[in-house]
Write a protein that binds this ligand. Structure first.
Ligand code: SF4
Length: 286
């Protein structure tokens, strides 16, 4: 959540990743905002970013599909070296460094084999948006809610998002609960880049040496937009109310699989100050 004020109007910018965090564990969203230096680059996320970079190059005609693996591995290696030269070590979660190159090129190849043939040509890659969504005025607050983010690929027939993940996605769960697709559909229809009913497609690559690609389609309508806007307002309002708490903790929810030393960047300031971690979970990136 990001504030901006020109003295009269207050804008609040919300990204889907913040909304996910804030719904899952308000204290996590709060502490990450307060301690941005604690955000760590991790191996799985960096592998995912490398594959994203390769896909973008292929879609823009700058790398041929047959060279995507080499491109992604090279990108990963130079980014890792750059981070290390700045004193920012890449946090190793649950991957084995000796498999990094193989897994990256295998995921990139899975995208070429199983996903690319279904991606319509002529769309736009890396579409950044920042869109006014709703004027909120209640007895406590007055602000303009904006959604912001970057869509991996937008075509008039659908929005595409690339994910690298430990395991396949469950389509029914994404259809009923996914936040990213609702935020992006709301923002991009408001901008006129796409019309309802929106097809939002996750192009998922499984993180292993013999990766396969999976396309998971969810649909988003005006009703999903109404819900996600209401949900975002409810979360923003609760955060605005909580500003009076100062440094006191927000709700600390550990009832989810990202509450662990590996996957919560502020673990040491929260649950880690009381307990040591015994979990061993995998998540998706993208
Ligand atoms: S350690 Fe767990 S409870 Fe604490 S901020 Fe992280 S996710 Fe939330």
């Amino acid at each position: 959540m990001r504030y901006e004020s020109d003295g009269t109007d207050q804008r609040i910018y919300v990204r889907q990743s913040w909304l996910n965090d804030a719904l899952m564990c308000p204290q996590r969203a709060h502490l990450i905002e307060k301690h941005p230096e604690m955000r760590r680059e991790n191996d799985s996320a960096l592998m995912g970013t490398a594959v994203h970079a390769g896909i973008e190059q292929v879609l823009n005609g700058q790398v041929s599909p047959s060279n995507i693996g080499d491109f992604c591995v090279g990108w990963f290696r130079s980014k890792k070296a750059e981070l290390e030269s700045e004193g920012r070590e890449v946090n190793i979660t649950n991957t084995d460094p000796k498999n990094w190159n193989t897994h990256i090129s295998s995921m990139a190849q899975a995208w070429v084999n199983d996903i690319l043939p279904h991606v319509p040509a002529g769309g736009e890659t890396e579409v950044k948006f920042s869109v006014p969504i709703k004027k909120v005025a209640n007895h406590l607050f007055e602000y303009d809610l904006w959604f912001e983010g970057t869509a991996d690929y937008v075509h008039p027939t659908g929005i595409w998002d690339w994910k690298t993940a430990a395991r396949k996605y469950y389509e029914a769960e994404k259809q009923s609960q996914n936040i990213q697709s609702s935020v992006y559909a709301t923002a991009l229809t408001t901008l006129g880049k796409i019309d309802y009913t929106v097809n939002f497609n996750f192009g998922v690559m499984i993180r292993n040496a013999s990766s396969t690609g999976q396309i998971v389609n969810v649909t988003r309508t005006e009703q999903h937009a109404e819900w996600i806007i209401g949900q975002a307002v409810s979360v923003v309002n609760s955060f605005l109310l909580a500003t009076n708490l100062g440094d006191e903790p927000r709700v600390m929810n550990d009832q989810h699989h990202l509450c662990s030393e590996r996957w919560c960047p502020v673990w040491s300031k929260c649950k880690g100050s009381a307990l040591s971690d015994t979990t061993d979970t995998e998540v998706s990136n993208g």
